[in-house]
Ligand binder design. Structure first.
Ligand code: GDG
Length: 513
């Protein structure tokens, strides 16, 4: 592969990472790219007037991953999310003006299998495990239904993905590069490897978007499940995590729970069944340019005026999250309540706006959590609110432009997640905020590793410390705010989403894979 030689021979300081990346993308153009993720880059809708039409997925991941197919022939394999996806099934989609297309292939697992895979195993079991969120005396309860969901759901859907990938790999004469996303697809790499002969095997990259907890926590999962997951991931060539700590936790988990695995911490390697998995960290980020364009749009301006009208001229604490237990929304309200108790000078001068996107309401824990946090906000309002002043306002719904408008208006942005792979909101806020607002950031987010020098860092379970940080942020003088806001902007701008992708391609090239 000439591309690999070019990349390896290039001096590391010859131009920016992005310039090197452009060269790399060109060098990879002889490959066939296969992306596999639970969700596709678009969803189809059908109505009588317009017939079948698609809506492009929002968010940085779609932007980042659809950037690559502009240079490399690509197929994106995902689970159908709508009936129209199932009807459409497969075809070429033109995402860009340059005429290039990406092939999208939707898989349509049996609904019961999908439910077991998504609503029982991926969320909540793996999600809670990896965010260290189990209340172990009570959960998890792994019963017959869980095992059924494992075998007939998670394993079955992972097999479907593997079969589809193998079909794609066999259909091309070019070397294939498979990029797998996240915790829904941990078993896929092993299935793909076992289904293909040595010379047919593609290069595989798997990126895990969420934290990886330590072996003590993985010990709670039954050996058969955790071993299958580790065996799955140890069939990958390059395994990417958000942080170095997540990668080290993965290696520690293999050392503890995968018999016959050999590990090398210094080189970031796990050797298992005659195969080396290279463990790396690729911190994800945001598409700064696209976000800035959205921030100046008319739609965002309309939402901004609406929010300004609702929230009045008071200081504003904002949070933007999926309604998700790991985001620690309940403790956020408790901390706000504690601050109002400790510092009455803020009464009637500050409001807390929580923008919540409904999430995974098919999972009981998520529905219960949403109910609980509504009640907690209600309690704060009942205790401190007056006829003129509503301390907490929750807006539930899905609208990214409205979320961006709220981020433009904060004096304080609260990101207090119990655990978070990265947390993109912490990176988006400083880019669009218009008031040099202060970021309060949980030390247990991946983002904290990059942003801590510009943020007020808190331990997420310490409600008292969070209350103190809220007060400190609200009374911070303008110079202090500006200095921190400038620093945060600089930190986010210097490493955006394209770097995340480039680092992965670089790793593949450097390892001669
Ligand atoms: C997982 C990991 C990791 C907000 N409101 C709406 C909306 N948003 C956007 C935000 C932001 C994104 O959603 C949320 O990203 P996060 O990173 O904060 O959180 P997760 O969803 O948990 O993401 C996380 C990430 O993957 C990437 O690797 O950082 O740690 O948990 O961009 O602006 N989007 C839409 N409507 C809204 O109302 N469509």
């Amino acid at each position: 592969m000439s591309g690999v030689l070019t990349a390896n021979n290039a001096p590391r300081d010859s131009g920016s990472l992005r310039q090197r990346c452009e060269a790399l993308q060109a060098d990879f153009s002889n490959r066939r790219l296969i992306i596999a993720a639970n969700r596709g880059p678009l969803t189809f809708e059908g109505d009588e007037d317009r017939g079948l039409h698609f809506k492009r997925g929002s968010g940085g991941l779609v932007t980042a991953l659809t950037g690559l197919p502009q240079h490399i022939d690509a197929t994106w394999i995902a689970c159908a999310q709508t009936e129209a996806d199932t009807t459409w099934h497969e075809g070429d989609v033109q995402f860009w003006d340059n005429g290039r297309t990406v092939r999208v292939q939707f898989l349509s697992p049996d609904p019961a299998a999908y439910k077991g895979y998504y609503n029982v195993i991926a969320n909540p079991l793996l999600w809670f495990l990896q965010h260290s969120m189990w209340d172990v005396p009570r959960v998890p309860v792994i019963d017959r239904a869980t095992w059924q969901a494992w075998h007939e759901g998670y394993v079955a859907v992972n097999r479907l993905f593997a079969d589809a990938i193998v079909g794609r790999v066999r259909a091309t004469s070019r070397p294939a590069l498979v990029m797998l996303q996240d915790y829904h697809l941990y078993l896929v790499p092993r299935f793909v490897r076992d289904l293909l002969r040595r010379r047919e095997r593609p290069t595989t990259l798997h990126f895990v978007h969420i934290p990886w907890s330590g072996p003590e926590y993985w010990a709670i999962l039954p050996p058969a499940m955790r071993q299958a997951i580790l065996e799955g991931l140890c069939a990958v060539d390059v395994l990417g995590f958000q942080t170095r700590e997540d990668g080290l936790n993965f290696i520690r988990t293999c050392e503890s729970h995968l018999p016959r695995a050999h590990v090398n911490y210094r080189r970031g390697r796990v050797w298992y069944r005659n195969h080396t998995t290279h463990v790396r960290d690729f911190p994800i980020s945001i598409d700064v340019e696209a976000l800035r364009q959205l921030a100046v749009s008319e739609e965002v301006a309309v939402y901004r005026s609406e929010l300004q009208e609702i929230m009045g001229g008071q200081q504003l604490i904002v949070r933007v999250d999926r309604s998700e237990p790991s985001k620690n929304i309940l403790r956020g309200f408790q901390a706000f309540e504690e601050m109002l108790e400790l510092y009455p000078e803020h009464h009637e001068r500050v409001r807390f706006l929580a923008m919540l996107v409904p999430s995974r309401l098919g999972v009981d824990e998520y529905q219960d959590y949403l109910d609980e946090l509504m009640a907690a906000a209600g309690r704060v309002n009942a205790r401190y609110g007056t006829s003129e002043w509503e301390p907490v306002r929750i807006l539930v719904g899905e609208s990214r432009p409205r979320a961006v408008a709220a981020l433009q208006l904060y004096d304080v942005l609260l990101v207090n997640a119990i655990a978070d792979g990265m947390n993109l909101v912490a990176k988006e806020g400083p880019i669009v905020n218009q008031l040099d607002g202060v970021l309060i950031l949980s030390e247990r987010t991946g983002a904290c590793q990059q942003l801590e020098s510009g943020a007020l860092v808190i331990p997420p379970c310490d409600v008292y410390a969070t209350a103190q940080a809220l007060h400190q942020a609200l009374i911070m003088p303008p110079e202090g705010r500006q200095e921190r806001a400038d620093r945060l902007r600089w930190l986010v701008e210097r490493e955006d989403i394209s770097d995340w992708l480039c680092r992965q391609l670089e790793a593949v090239a450097e390892l001669n894979l």
